[in-house]
Design a protein around this ligand. Structure first.
Ligand SMILES: C[S@@+](CC[C@H](N)C(=O)[O-])C[C@H]1O[C@@H](n2cnc3c(N)ncnc32)[C@H](O)[C@@H]1O
Length: 230
């Protein structure tokens, strides 16, 4: 656990619970496919994923990010040097394959099966949708798709509704803070659909309670959702 202690020192947008959750997701089904991350920034989520996969002797994490300033999206710095420094310092560089390019470029000619797809790139609707459509077909049956900022940002939220919640090819929705994850299946059973919509109902209740500012709704709702769904 020496390396895990270094995680909070890496700048990034993940909460500790989210990081630990990515670590657990990366431990699932080793041998079934690689892990793909869209949007690495300075490597915080990359490190959690790589540590999780390493702990079970799993596959590499393909970390896709152009690392260039993208003014339109609010990324004002070149993060490649810091990304590489952080993954080296966490001793996960041998488990990480940096792909310094956009998601669209990386998807061209991609053929590896993916057991965990983590989408945390450009958060605008069209771009999240594009990432989903480009990469989801490579996720193996039983594999996981996890997305960040699915509660507070409109783009990921809408894609989640359209492509995951309203699809019968995903079940087992889990919500940890701003991450929502789901398992890809051939077809959801009636029981799978029922539990999925119950989870979505709890999530809607939590979001509404936050909006109308019910006291303690945020910490309590987050705590309940984590416990109900993971
Ligand atoms: C929210 S940050 C990622 C945060 C990171 N996952 C973490 O844990 O700290 C979003 C990243 O997406 C990258 N990005 C933006 N557009 C992209 C695209 N088309 N393809 C891949 N990455 C992109 C940005 O360069 C930025 O580093």
């Amino acid at each position: 656990m020496k390396v895990l202690k270094k995680i909070p020192e890496v700048p990034g947008m993940l909460t500790r619970h989210e990081g630990e959750y990515l670590y657990r997701l990366a431990q699932l089904d080793p041998g079934k496919g690689v892990i793909v991350e869209i949007g690495s920034w300075k490597g915080k989520s990359t490190i959690w994923l790589a540590l999780g996969s390493t702990s079970v002797g799993g596959e590499e994490v393909y970390a896709v990010d152009p690392h260039k300033p993208l003014a339109d999206e609010g990324y004002m710095e070149d993060t490649e040097a810091e990304f590489r420094k952080n993954i080296n310092a966490a001793a996960v560089d041998s488990r990480v394959v940096p792909m310094v390019m956009t998601s669209e470029e990386a998807a061209k000619g991609w053929s590896k099966p993916i057991r965990l797809l983590w989408i945390d790139g450009d958060h605008r609707y069209e771009q999240v949708k594009r990432d989903f459509l480009l990469w989801e077909p490579h996720v193996v049956e039983g594999g996981i798709i996890a997305m960040h900022d699915t509660i507070r940002k409109k783009g990921p939220k809408r894609v989640l509704w359209e492509s995951v919640f309203c699809s019968n090819r995903f079940r087992g929705i889990s919500i940890v803070d701003n991450i929502t994850a789901a398992r890809k299946v051939r077809k959801t059973s009636i029981w799978g659909a029922l539990t999925k919509w119950l989870t979505i109902g709890c999530r809607a209740f939590y979001i509404a309670a936050r909006k109308i500012r019910i006291p303690y709704a945020k910490p309590f709702g987050r705590w309940i959702l984590r416990r109900l769904t993971t």
